[in-house]
Design a protein around this ligand. Structure first.
Ligand code: FE2
Ligand code: FE2
Length: 159
């Protein structure tokens, strides 16, 4: 598969997962109990597929794109910074969900805020990549660049 199409497909999958999270958040607004187990599972998948696998490959692509298209540098730096924020926001949300499933009483507003922040932030991040980065990468990166991107392995597990 063409690497840009594969990149786009991963985004589509993440948007699907974020959509599942959004539906649970909507249940929350309706004063019912959301499926916390499902929410936690969705966050786990996003952390594994996104934080650990997708973002390191993107950062390898950003590095090569910045070298070939220096005008992109600032925007790419922001997106790289957003990856770090997404990790933190995911940890906060997963922490709340984990605590709830372990019987803790967490104020509803905290969970709503953590989930809504994660959803909006992640959704905007993907939209910006789709608009700004994928078309430029398709035009500028060489087959050797794409090979290096594909080889950028999962980030080593920290903590
Ligand atoms: Fe990204
Ligand atoms: Fe992405």
């Amino acid at each position: 598969m063409n690497p840009v199409a594969a990149w786009h497909d991963e985004h589509a999958h993440f948007l699907q997962l974020l959509g599942q999270l959004q539906r649970e958040l909507d249940v929350f607004h309706g004063a019912e109990r959301p499926n916390y187990e499902l929410m936690l599972e969705v966050i786990r998948r996003l952390r594994e597929l996104g934080d650990r696998q997708h973002h390191p490959r993107e950062e390898a692509a950003f590095e090569r794109l910045a070298a070939r298209d220096p005008d992109m540098q600032l925007r790419l730096n922001r997106l790289r910074q957003e990856h770090r924020v997404i990790v933190q926001a995911g940890e906060v949300l997963a922490g709340h969900l984990d605590a709830i499933l372990n019987g803790a009483v967490i104020p509803r507003a905290n969970v709503e805020m953590a989930a809504a922040t994660y959803l909006v932030y992640y959704g905007n991040h993907i939209a910006r990549e789709e608009e700004d980065v994928l078309p430029r990468a398709a035009a500028a990166l060489t087959p050797a660049d794409w090979q290096a991107v594909a080889a950028a392995g999962p980030a080593s597990l920290q903590q």
